[in-house]
Design a protein around this ligand. Sequence first.
Ligand code: FAD
Length: 397
Amino acid sequence: MALIIHKDKCVGCGVCVESCPFNALTIVERLAIVEGSACTMCGACAEEGVCPFEAIEMVKATEANPDVNLADYKNVWVFAEQKKGEIQSVVYELLGKGRELATTRGQEVWAILLGKNVSDKAQDLIHRGADKVVVVEDDSLENFEDGIYSKIITRLCKKYKPEIVLTGATTVGRSLIPRVAVQIGTGLTADCTGLEIDKESGLLRQTRPAFGGNIMATILCPNHRPQMSTVRHKVMPEAQTDTSRVGEIITEKILDEDGFTRSRVLEVVEALEDTVNITEADIIVSGGRGMKGSENFELLHDLAKAVGGAVGASRASIDEGWIPYSHQVGQTGKTVNPKVYIACGISGQIQHLIGMQSADIIIAINKDPDAPMMKIATYALCGDLFEIVPEMIKQLK
Ligand SMILES: Cc1cc2nc3c(=O)[nH]c(=O)nc-3n(C[C@H](O)[C@H](O)[C@H](O)COP(=O)(O)OP(=O)(O)OC[C@H]3O[C@@H](n4cnc5c(N)ncnc54)[C@H](O)[C@@H]3O)c2cc1C
């Protein structure tokens, strides 16, 4: 369902504010505004007799939005996620794909950059393929806060009308973009691993794993705009840097109405266990249930040290409590794209393969020659990992 406030009918009387059990409505400049993260779509405000001017309506998400003319929407937007002022590498992957989609449609790629003192990064985004960068800078945007960020992006979407909005399927992207989709009343496909576009209609074919990764589903958003997707990290190549590219930087201000939010970030504390960034590693040594215990992961740390890599794991090892979740590779863990992936005692179920199968070289170490991981491996070493791994460390040293 989507909630629509008809601007031509709303007079800002405030009756609807009282009707909402979740305090999700407020009046700004004589217009009812929905706080997306608080609204549960219960429909209380849209019930008959609540709004004396019949300005609030609930519509089925599959019904065409009467306020939307699809032809008004153009260009591909990429949310330029930054952390402490550093653009996250998934953004460059999205710019690469965004460029491809926009070129097919004969349109532009825009990057949307929010933060504190981040405008110096706009040029970098242009060098990586953006034609325009919209920059919103404010002290209150220093740390990601889904309420304010989603309100600003919703407002910008309504103003500039992009055809497509892409964000990384990161913690930030997963929290941010559903809120934007609800506030706009459009569809969202999460965790995409493939994107293609129909040149004529502009329909985005959004592909993602479904039913536990056993099938790939392709999802369309035919009646609403923008078409929104979160895209998994490391499944698409990064856009290359071209310092000769030129583009336009558009500066937008934060408005009072953007500040209406229920939460405030007081402090950001880095999780100590989350220091392993396996998504950036060139070599990953990963362990599964075949490791038989947490103490044996020392062996993998030694091998990782010998090859200059990071340690990953299957979900079975995480569930056993042998290693923290930040190391998990796969559908419900991280997607990795290293040059070399060494799978030790991992059978290679589809949910694991989804997260690592694009590695350039896969080395599988397994007692079972018929394990799926052995079938897809570049080099399949059949035998006991407790003999093979120590020998590898010895040889490497
Ligand atoms: C919705 C859903 C999401 C999931 N998400 C993920 C995910 O993100 N990541 C993930 O990994 N899994 C995920 N899973 C779980 C997945 O289906 C498998 O259960 C899991 O990957 C199995 O882990 P494993 O290969 O370590 O264990 P097993 O399948 O038990 O394999 C252990 C392997 O070790 C080998 N072995 C045993 N001893 C030795 C030895 N001494 N030397 C060499 N080899 C040995 C065995 O031959 C076997 O092949 C998900 C499942 C579901 C339903």
